[in-house]
Design a protein around this ligand. Sequence first.
Ligand SMILES: NC(=O)c1ccc[n+]([C@@H]2O[C@H](COP(=O)([O-])OP(=O)(O)OC[C@H]3O[C@@H](n4cnc5c(N)ncnc54)[C@H](O)[C@@H]3O)[C@@H](O)[C@H]2O)c1
Length: 214
Amino acid sequence: MTDILRVAVIGAGRMGADHIKRLSTRIHGAEVAAVVDVDLARAQAAIAGIDGAVALASADEALNNGDVNAVLIATPGFLHEEILYKALEKDFPILCEKPLTPDAESAWKVVQAETATGHKRIQVGFMRRFDAEYAALGSVIRDRELGELLMLHHQHRNPDTPQGFTNEMLINDSVVHEFDAIRFFTGEEITSVQVRLGKATRNARTASTIPSTS
Ligand SMILES: NC(=O)c1ccc[n+]([C@@H]2O[C@H](COP(=O)([O-])OP(=O)(O)OC[C@H]3O[C@@H](n4cnc5c(N)ncnc54)[C@H](O)[C@@H]3O)[C@@H](O)[C@H]2O)c1
């Protein structure tokens, strides 16, 4: 492998576009080699101005493109699993946007497949661990600067959500950051979770996102 990561970004939506911009303007040692989106026009728009990058409509094409040696997965969570297995087969380093997969069982299988390769290949997009203030708070907790940790209080506010954002996505796509942060701060596993739903506001986007109360 060369020193430079030639990254195939799979999914050029909100998050993919963000990663593409970062990779091509701010990250050293990594470049965008390919952008894949089922919406090829979106992939083409995403590579505008990026020398040496190609736009493709399938992840397979990108993984088999000799110019690619790393993968960034930014498709919706339920599509991650299949691409993860293919990228692991290639033994590429992978940055997979959270959630790794939408459920624990399939995520565990992916972890086992990674373990079978004999080395760490997947990083999940839990970026808060790299946020300077989170890191500083982590040190305060670990070094017991203020004594023993008694309780953590996290709040996650989504000022707005995209069309079609469901209650399940609230857990799998948003609160999942808190699940990671709790493990990061405490070094412990979460053993019990309760979800309580309040009434939806009249400003909620669609009736289909409000769960049945029966
Ligand atoms: N780390 C964070 O804070 C953060 C924030 C937002 C989203 N995310 C994660 O990023 C991922 C993408 O979210 P998003 O908001 O960018 O979604 P999005 O819907 O904006 O973008 C997804 C893109 O994937 C494309 N796509 C769909 N199926 C595909 C396929 N089979 N092959 C290739 N491309 C395909 C779509 O056309 C779309 O352009 C999700 O896993 C989400 O949870 C992470």
